[in-house]
Design a protein around this ligand. Structure first.
Ligand SMILES: Nc1ncnc2c1ncn2[C@@H]1O[C@H](COP(=O)(O)OP(=O)(O)OP(=O)(O)O)[C@@H](O)[C@H]1O
Length: 947
């Protein structure tokens, strides 16, 4: 099923305010080009202003999804992206200085344990953790004793990370310790813009398993690395991964089959971007980090566009028609299902009546097949106990989220929709009295909002009613549907459906009053079932004169009023996501795409399926999307594309309006071509050199690799695998041969190179055999790092009366609860943890999984292992010892930046680069740039480094 996707923006506190390139409000961020012209406007579920607390972020971004993992076994991906130094690691992992600065991952761990501690079946849940990094296109196990490489290969359910450590955790403290341990193994680099720049894409995964039922979910926190000014293999690999990610997102948005194999990053994210129908439901949360400063002026819009592309991609922009009918607009079907579900669960008398204007979120029962349809929003226009039962259900499931109701009386309520924890469906209010049939939703809403509950109760004759005005919530180019329907039910006497099936995205439209046909009252006995929606014979199409909605997006160039009303058919059965369910869109069993669709021309792709006539109304096409269809375009241009998630219609639209995509060679596939991303089209020869080719394997580590390991490159292209609709991998033939890894990995340092492999800006690089040494990462090579988590015997600064450190683990225990030394920060821990603080220090126990679990099947999106190797369930012991020395552990974790590196002052950056050398930054020493094949790319003159 499609992922439920939310997108947030976090602005760094040190973003420049004076003459800033950005402006923002609660849900929009505008980027201004030099001179004040708009460079792009981006919509988010929420924009967090500079200085927003980590707690606020967690509450709004993650808490609901964390608890959802326990309550509904919904997997969740949190993906932080943005320029270097913008705050990704701060948001995901946290800052080292204060306990209050801990990020989404540790807070989610705390929340998980807190919820579990109160769960009636808490003993039946097991938590385990994996932590790995994609560094130079190699997956590195951050929880292994050394930074161990992980072999990657295709499995039946996606990428398998063979031998990845997955440690079980029984306490919050254990979990924190693993976070610290893995963090200490990450690759950081000291650079001018950020003294601790991540050099790899990092994945922190928390796996939750309910033992009796074997239901499971995973929370994945991904911290993407960003390109930096220093050019080395790590930087090039990062650029390659990001380019591949962008290409995948563009392809998904444009209706092409994406090519995931271009990078490890895209392979890892694949289950989230294009989940298979057979895997449990999942959600994706994008967190765009923004730091406004001159150095990132050009970069910022690109990151925001990537986030926008990913939002569209992850919310289901794919050809996945229901029930084999590829002419039906997928979104409309989903809406109808969600609507039916919401109505079944939220009608007054069934839990839908509530305070005036209350927003209820009506979740599907996890046990029901309808769990495939995520939450729908419901509101009630009826005061509890009021004289008239009238509930409305406004479907705001992706891709409509957030649904914007622009009726003034409802503006406040519309805003509430963005709140993370809306009230649950109110309890039943009992027998709902009859409702005057003439009261359509508008009247209810207006009077409830404007005059309040008292007026509603006192009124027996409805006042003149203004038309309902709603807006398609999807801003132009947002990838959402173009249809919004408002439905209301007056239980006991009437069923109404007010539909505005086709309105231009981002624009208001009016639902004509008086057009609702009054249907028969739903039988009381069948209120649990979705009421049949009555086609409205007298439906009038929306007036063509549409009022522009206040939006941060420009209006689309052409609006397409719907010609005629299409009666909605009866709700179709909801799609069950359960594995093994023979639903309408199962994973195909055989190869579906003998030729990779991405490499087919648009007309060719269009011709392979019938067009979908009902879905062609205008939706603006973003620049980046156009770049797939028509080659790169300048930011700001908008075109119109079909809104429906139908491969054929998208391809047909593309073929009709475009000369064809800008194509480039498909790496590793001689003679074949694929659409190029804007990044790729910038013709960076170094990036081109990184194209994976089995004949020229990817370099690993900072030095030369042993010939014995040259074949063991995870990036080998899987040329014999095909993908069917829904992204289900269909391995064809044997897997590519790979040589085994040595226990130490394949890193062999280059002869003559400084052991730390550090570039010294103070002098000429080390010489190797009379030749200048290669420029390399300043991070020690994997085998040279002692990754053990060994906190020093010191207490955190927030603890005024620290206890002596325990020799066993080195972790400093915290003072007893309530003692003078009790740190204020510890109040943030769960009650269970608080109760346990003061016990003996306790390091992470050896993994009951034996630290290695290979070839296991994924439980939910994301590579997994080891479900079969679960140890017996163990209770969460309230006596579990805790050493939650946050700042302590975090600071220790960051010691991976080598001491030599720390002592090196960062190169100075010129304030005003000379014209023509804006791509250069100053460094105090001449530098030699190494290509991925080991050759020198060039020599930067003294005082300058290539960006
Ligand atoms: N919300 C915030 N409040 C205070 N400091 C912050 C905040 N966000 C980031 N910082 C600080 O900004 C600096 C850069 O943050 P961080 O390392 O998280 O960036 P990043 O996006 O992960 O960078 P890179 O991609 O280079 O790794 C750090 O010193 C961090 O402590």
């Amino acid at each position: 099923m499609a992922s439920a996707t939310r997108s947030f923006c976090v602005i760094h506190p040190e973003s420049e305010s004076a003459g800033s390139e950005i402006s923002y409000d609660r849900s929009c961020l505008s980027v201004h080009a030099h001179g004040g012209a708009s460079h792009g406007e981006f919509r988010f579920d929420r924009v967090f202003a500079p200085g927003s607390s980590q707690e606020l972020l967690f509450e709004e971004v993650a808490r609901e999804r964390v608890t959802g993992a326990i309550e509904h076994f919904t997997g969740a991906l949190f993906l932080a992206l943005g320029a270097s130094g913008s705050g990704k690691t701060f948001t995901v992992t946290g800052g080292a200085k204060r306990f209050a600065d801990r990020g989404l991952a540790p807070r989610s761990l705390s929340a998980l344990f807190e919820v579990l501690s109160q769960h009636p079946e808490r003993d039946e849940f097991e938590l385990s953790i994996s932590f790995y990094e994609v560094y130079k296109e190699v997956v590195i196990d951050l929880l292994a004793d050394r930074r161990q490489r992980v072999a990657v290969h295709d499995g039946a359910d996606g990428l398998v990370l063979e031998g990845l450590t997955r440690e079980r955790v029984d306490t919050e403290s254990d979990a924190y310790q693993l976070l610290f341990r893995g963090d200490s193994n990450r690759h950081f680099e000291r650079l001018p813009l950020n003294p601790e720049t991540s050099r790899g894409h990092v994945f922190f995964e928390v796996h939750l398993v309910h033992s009796p039922t074997a239901r499971c979910a995973s929370l994945t926190f991904a911290d993407l690395a960003a390109g930096v000014s220093l050019q080395n293999q790590a930087t090039l690999a990062i650029a390659k991964g990001l380019d591949a990610l962008r290409a995948v997102a563009e392809a998904l948005s444009a209706g092409y089959e994406p090519f995931y194999d271009a990078s490890v990053l895209t392979q890892l994210l694949r289950p989230w971007l294009q989940p298979c129908t057979g895997v449990p439901q999942s959600t994706v949360t994008l967190i765009s980090q923004v730091r406004s400063r001159p150095s990132s002026r050009a970069e910022l819009p690109e990151w925001l566009e990537l986030a926008e592309l990913l939002r569209r991609a992850a919310r289901g922009c794919r050809a996945e028609p229901l029930a084999g009918d590829d002419t039906v607009c997928y979104e409309v079907e989903l809406e109808r299902q969600a609507l039916a579900q919401a109505s079944a669960r939220c009608l007054p008398g069934e839990g839908g009546a509530g305070p005036v204007g209350a927003l209820g979120r009506c979740d599907a029962s996890p046990a029901s097949p309808s769990a495939a349809v995520p939450a729908a929003w419901a509101f009630s226009a009826q005061p509890t106990g009021g004289p008239c039962g009238a509930s409305g259900v406004a479907v705001a499931r992706p891709p409509w989220e957030p649904l914007a109701l622009v009726q003034p009386a409802w503006q406040g309520h519309a805003a509430q929709r963005a709140q993370p924890d809306p009230p649950a469906c109110p309890a039943s209010s009992g027998q709902a009295p009859a409702c005057p049939a003439e009261w359509p939703l508008a009247g209810q809403a207006e009077r409830a909002g404007a005059a309040g509950a008292a007026a509603l109760e006192a009124t027996t004759v409805p006042p003149p009613m203004p038309p309902i005005r709603a807006a398609s919530p999807s801003p132009p180019g947002a990838g959402g549907g173009s249809a919004v329907s408002l439905h209301s039910w007056s239980p006991g006497s009437c069923v109404k459906a007010l539909s505005a099936p086709q309105a231009a995205p981002g624009h208001e439209f009016e639902v004509p009053r008086g057009s609702s046909a009054v249907g028969p009252p739903p039988p009381v006995a069948s209120r649990n079932a979705p009421p049949a929606l009555q086609p409205q014979a007298s439906y009038q199409p929306p007036p063509p004169a549409l009022q522009p909605q206040t939006s941060c997006q420009p209006p689309p160039p052409a609006l397409q009023p719907q010609a005629s009303y299409q009666p909605l058919p009866a709700p179709i059965p909801l799609q069950a996501p359960a594995p093994g369910h023979a639903g309408p869109a199962p994973c195909p069993s055989g190869p579906q795409w003998p030729q990779h669709p991405q490499r087919r021309s648009a007309p060719e792709a269009a011709g392979s399926k019938a067009a979908d006539p009902g879905c062609g109304h205008g939706r603006p096409l973003s620049d980046s999307r156009q770049s797939v269809l028509h080659g790169p375009v300048f930011s700001g241009a908008m075109r119109v594309a079909t809104p429906c998630h139908n491969l054929a219609s998208r391809a047909a639209a593309a073929a009709a309006s475009a000369p064809g995509p800008a194509l480039g060679p498909v790496p590793g596939h001689a003679g074949q071509q694929q659409p190029l991303s804007p990044h790729a089209q910038r013709a960076n020869p170094q990036l081109q050199g990184l194209a994976p080719d089995p004949s020229t394997p990817e370099p690993v580590g900072s030095g030369h690799r042993s010939p014995a390991h040259r074949g063991d490159v995870p990036l080998q292209r899987r040329s014999n695998a095909y993908y069917g609709p829904g992204g289900c991998p269909q391995p064809q033939g044997p897997q590519p041969h790979r040589q085994p890894l040595s226990p130490q990995g394949s890193f062999v340092p280059a002869a003559g190179v400084h052991p730390a492999g550090t570039f010294s800006p103070h002098g000429v690089p080390a010489m190797a055999g009379g030749q200048p040494a290669q420029l390399r990462s300043s991070v020690p090579p994997p085998h040279a790092v002692a990754p053990q988590w060994a906190p020093p015997a010191r207490a955190v600064s927030r603890s005024p009366s620290p206890q002596p450190a325990q020799a066993s683990s080195g972790a400093a225990p915290w003072p007893p609860v309530g003692a003078p030394g009790w740190p204020a920060a510890a109040r943030s821990f769960s009650p269970q943890t608080r109760a346990s603080i003061g016990g003996t220090a306790h390091g992470s126990a050896a993994s009951p999984y034996g630290a290695q679990c290979a070839n296991a099947r994924a439980c939910s999106p994301g590579p997994m292992c080891g479900a079969e190797q679960r140890p017996p369930a163990r209770a969460y012991s309230a006596a579990a010892p805790v050493s939650p020395t946050w700042a302590h552990g975090h600071a220790q974790a960051r010691r991976s930046v080598s001491p030599m590196e720390r002592s090196v002052p960062p190169p100075r950056v010129p304030q005003h680069p000379a014209p023509g050398v804006e791509a250069m930054r100053r460094a105090p020493a001449p530098l030699l740039l190494q290509g991925d094949a080991g050759g020198l790319l060039g020599r930067a003159p003294a005082g300058q480094v290539y960006l």
